[in-house]
Design a protein. Structure first.
Length: 175
């Protein structure tokens, strides 16, 4: 026999159940908790290439390599590729954007040219010293990935092309 207490319990459960589904749904907006319902690959690290040669790797929290450039020189084209959880490199979808920030912009600066592509840039050495570069992978108004600070070293006779080279300024980056 169904008692009044059992009916009240069943009604309470039925009223409470929609609240559980509403608060534990799949569409988390938190990019850090790993539960976001994303239709794009998730970055777990990154690799920076200088003319096709790996110069910096951030994988599982470990940084190897550095960006080195000469004083008043510019690096060759640097290209970022992100690492998936299994260590495979990938280029993010078009709905994501690269953001870069140097800790000390008196030591170096970033130059990004549209013709070089969304995932490529140059570092210009302004004064001898060291700084760090933090790279973010932006999705709308939030960062899906933020790198650890990556080392940038500017040395007097370091590598790179003269930053004030007239030929470089008019260089067509498509070739």
């Amino acid at each position: 026999m169904i008692t009044k207490k059992r009916i009240q319990t069943a009604v309470s459960c039925l009223c409470f159940l929609p609240m559980v589904f509403a608060t534990t749904g799949c569409n988390s907006d938190n990019p850090v908790d790993g539960t976001a319902d994303q239709d794009h690959a998730e970055a777990f690290g990154l690799v920076i290439y200088n003319s096709g040669t790996e110069v910096v790797r951030l994988e599982k929290g470990v940084i190897t390599g550095e960006i080195e450039v000469g004083h008043e020189k510019e690096t060759s084209l640097l290209t970022v590729r992100f690492l998936s959880e299994d260590g495979q490199t990938f280029t993010p979808d078009d709905d994501l954007k690269l953001s870069m920030q140097l800790a000390n912009d008196s030591v170096a600066e970033i130059e990004a040219h549209a013709e070089d592509g969304a995932w490529s840039f140059h570092v210009v050495g302004l004064s001898e010293g060291e700084t760090t570069l933090t790279i973010q992978l932006l999705h709308g108004d939030h960062a899906d990935f933020v790198s650890s600070p990556l080392p940038v070293h500017v040395v007097e006779d370091g590598p790179g092309q003269d930053a004030h080279d007239e030929d470089h300024d008019s260089h067509d980056h498509d070739d």
